[in-house]
Design a protein around this ligand. Structure first.
Ligand SMILES: [Fe+2]
Length: 252
């Protein structure tokens, strides 16, 4: 038994799904379509070549904006690795990131985490909005504080004026729609679920608290749209089974 358990773990990590899937979505109006790249759940643990490959893919799609929906790392001491990845994203005019539950759990300084982004020209949104003027279109982005471990709030913004909601846990989509039933035609981007991370041919063994009834992909509620990314990295255990990492390239 003492040999079997580690052997099974090693075998599972060898089978780990590492191929980055690109999910292409189109929610663009007929005029002035914009390209938005959505990544999530980096859980960055080092200067992993997979992230360089992802950065190359992102840069080559020439996006107008890139957003990260939380879980940047799982433990303290990874800000240098995070900066290393962000420095590889070049020529992207509009960039925003939010917190997930793991930043709170990591014990890392949230002030220094914010500095890593802001010193590189990113908007770091914790219950904050940013207005982007892109190719003649005005886009208002709201980034929520973490639903499970932070204090999410929409009190400083009229949600009707928001075009794009960045949330970490998909359950917050339900909460916001319940609280603002007149909200229509909004796009919400989330992560958190890792698509199940360990699945039996796609059927998740477990979905974390805050996933609600969502696993991956596109959902609709009250004429609003939610895209749930499977994320790029892994939390414990450090491998994926039948759940590839992904990123969204969204016409918006
Ligand atoms: Fe995560």
């Amino acid at each position: 038994m003492r040999i079997i358990a580690p052997t099974v773990l090693i075998l599972l990590s060898l089978l780990s799904c590492t191929t980055l899937e690109v999910v292409k979505l189109d929610f663009a109006p007929p005029v002035n379509p914009l390209t938005l790249v959505h990544i999530s759940d980096l859980h960055i643990r080092g200067n992993d070549p997979r992230f360089s490959e992802a950065a190359r893919l992102i840069n080559s799609s020439s996006p107008d904006m890139v957003v990260i929906t939380g879980d940047l790392f799982s433990e303290a001491g990874r800000l240098d690795n995070l900066g290393w990845f962000l420095d590889q994203l070049v020529g992207i005019p509009h960039k925003a990131a939010i917190l997930g539950n793991h930043e709170y759990w990591s014990g890392e300084s949230l002030r220094q985490t914010r500095e890593v982004f802001e010193s590189r020209g990113w908007n770091f949104l914790v219950n904050e909005t940013v207005d982007w003027d892109i190719k003649g279109r005005k886009i208002r982005v709201f980034g929520a504080d973490d639903y499970l471990s932070g204090r999410w709030s929409l009190k400083d913004v009229d949600p009707q004026t928001v075009d794009l909601f960045l949330i970490h846990e998909p359950e917050l989509f339900n909460r916001i729609i319940l609280q603002y039933p007149n909200l229509k035609h909004k796009l919400f981007l989330a992560g958190h679920t890792h698509g199940g991370q360990i699945t039996f041919f796609g059927l998740p063994l477990y979905l974390p608290r805050g996933s609600a009834n969502y696993q991956l992909g596109v959902y609709s509620l009250n004429e609003n749209t939610l895209f749930v990314s499977k994320g790029m990295g892994e939390s414990a255990p450090p491998f994926r089974l039948f759940s590839n990492p992904d990123m969204g390239i969204i016409q918006f």
